[in-house]
Design a protein. Sequence first.
Length: 153
Amino acid sequence: MASIRRATPSDACRLAEIEVFDYRQYFYPLFKTDRYFFSELNVPVLMKEYQDEPERIERTYVYEDNGVVKGFVRVNGEEIEKLFVETAFQRMGIGGALLEHAIRNTKANDLLVLEKNRGAIRLYERYGFHMTGYRQRVDDTEEFFVRMERRGA
């Protein structure tokens, strides 16, 4: 039985695992920084960050199905900070369910997304998010984040 619940400290390892592998799949092809993506960004380091900063977990909701956490959304105020679904479980409606939960239960209405992440942008558009015209360069790269908001939210 699938459900969305608030994350707990016992989810730290699974959250870190999903986050690391999704970053590698979606961000590495753009940034190609081997040292960061395959050395600095790893499950034990990120898990420790979750443990040392409990507010990260407190702002996170997980999609759990038969005891397996398949994805998560993290919200800070009205901003969606992260939305990740384990690669093996993508295109099953999990991202949409998490997004809907964040909109309905936390009043989330804005987010930043990589401009080249067309799949994520299409997902957000299906849930009422629209481009604002705001662009922010990603550190020392040629890539940009764009801001999306829900109108009338």
